[in-house]
Ligand binder design. Structure first.
Ligand SMILES: Cc1cc2nc3c(=O)[nH]c(=O)nc-3n(C[C@H](O)[C@H](O)[C@H](O)COP(=O)(O)OP(=O)(O)OC[C@H]3O[C@@H](n4cnc5c(N)ncnc54)[C@H](O)[C@@H]3O)c2cc1C
Length: 380
């Protein structure tokens, strides 16, 4: 029987894990990615990969030992401050604790991309998908921004929050949560800002106030990402010139006025600012199965960034790959995809509920709720 032609749209954690596990089983797969090259844009901050989710996926990809050598278990550390600088929690993992180690997104991407073995993954960079049309005689047609088109037997949309594949199965689009993040970063923190470096420690520092929070996360190489998080209308400072760093910083310092000096220093020393309004898909987003097309990761179940999204995307990628390789004919493949969707919806629905409630408590009217949530997670 001819091997099924499989395309994965998106070389994020979900798409690359799917491709990597298929590749490990010797199944051909093409990854279509809009970025012109792996390093075309900064890869983003750090991800914690949970034992039962992201790490399980890496195990299925045969990459767990390499992940262990690249990840930072000490990055699980968490310090929580009151807005006046009082330390409320100062939690450090035990040396053998590997429940949720951190890894830089760039390191994870490189780990998934390879090289592993003689044949590299077939990732086609600079291929921006605009539309996917299922149900043609020959299969599913993928349209690209440059006007080209290609046909596949199965197209998997792993193309994130603003997925172009999603429209082939569902009319739903993401909605704004009411919470905006402004991201900034500090480079070479141990040398340039040793006091702040000690405050952030090996992992994360969080300060919770009324309807706002400041979270700093250590990445490797002395790089720290800072997220100012607050409730605001969607158009908050949308017309501001975001390259005018002084103007943005001044607005943020006004927003966090009265907070302790070290907390504000995280904003004062930030090098550039990016506005990131948080969007989500409805909790328990499902669709009527469409033969030849499916979704995974943020494309299927975009949820607040509370440590689940990449984990789920990766496990789904690994599980879908295993389902695909165990199917022997077209009908079995379709049944396998259907079963995968049911499983994904059930698990993602649970996480979407948890993370939606978590966001309400972390960026909410009562900062004590944020600390209580941390305690609950520690005890669970
Ligand atoms: C601040 C922050 C912190 C987070 N921390 C964590 C964490 O600690 N742990 C965790 O599990 N999750 C975390 N998340 C969530 C996590 O980042 C996402 O859930 C995860 O990246 C989703 O993976 P994905 O593969 O589904 O999509 P993405 O990572 O969004 O990848 C999608 C890929 O598709 C490509 N693409 C998009 N459109 C097209 C197109 N039209 N054609 C071709 N290619 C396209 C994109 O370029 C990209 O490469 C965090 C999120 C944020 C914002």
């Amino acid at each position: 029987m001819r091997r099924r032609r499989i395309a994965v749209v998106g070389a994020g954690p979900g798409g690359l894990t799917l491709a990597r596990v298929l590749h490990r089983h010797g199944h051909p797969v093409t990854v279509l990615e809009r970025d012109p090259a792996p390093d075309a844009r900064p890869p983003g901050g750090t991800l914690d990969l949970q034992e039962g989710l992201g790490q399980r996926a890496l195990d299925k990809a045969g990459l767990l030992p390499k992940f262990r050598s690249l990840s930072r278990p000490e990055g699980q550390a968490m310090r929580i401050l009151d807005t006046d600088g009082t330390v409320l929690r100062d939690w450090r993992p035990r040396p053998e604790d590997r429940a949720n180690p951190e890894i830089d997104r760039g390191h994870l991407r490189d780990l998934l991309l390879g090289p592993h073995g003689a044949r590299p993954l077939d990732v086609r960079w600079g291929r921006r998908v605009t539309r996917v049309v299922p149900g043609t005689l020959d299969g599913v047609v993928v349209h690209f921004a440059d006007g080209r088109q290609e046909t596949y037997d199965l197209v998997v949309g792993a193309d994130g929050a603003w997925s172009r594949v999603r429209a082939a199965v569902s009319p739903v689009t993401p909605r704004y949560t009411g919470v905006t993040f402004v991201e900034t970063s500090l480079d070479d923190i141990d040398t340039r800002h040793p006091g702040l470096a000690r405050l952030v420690g090996d992992g994360s520092l969080a300060v919770y106030g009324v309807n706002r929070a400041l979270v700093a996360q250590r990445n490797s190489g002395g790089h720290v990402k800072v997220y100012a998080q607050f409730r605001a209308p969607l158009d908050w400072r949308a017309s501001l010139d975001w390259t005018d760093i002084d103007a943005v910083r001044s607005d943020l310092l006004t927003l966090f006025d009265g907070w302790s000096a070290p907390a504000l220093d995280l904003l004062r020393h930030g090098t550039a600012f990016l506005r990131r309004p948080l969007y989500v898909l409805p909790v328990s987003h499902t669709w009527t199965h469409v033969p030849g097309v499916t979704l995974l990761g943020d494309a299927a179940h975009l949820m607040p960034p509370l440590g689940a999204g990449a984990n789920l995307a990766m496990l789904e990628g690994a599980e879908l790959a295993e389902s695909i390789t165990s199917a022997s004919g077209p009908e079995e493949l379709d049944e396998a995809v259907r079963a995968f969707e049911e499983r994904m919806w059930a698990r993602a629905g649970r996480w979407a509920t948890i993370t939606a409630a978590g966001l309400e408590r972390l960026v909410g009217p009562d900062p004590a709720e944020a600390v209580a949530l941390f305690d609950e997670v520690q005890q669970s």
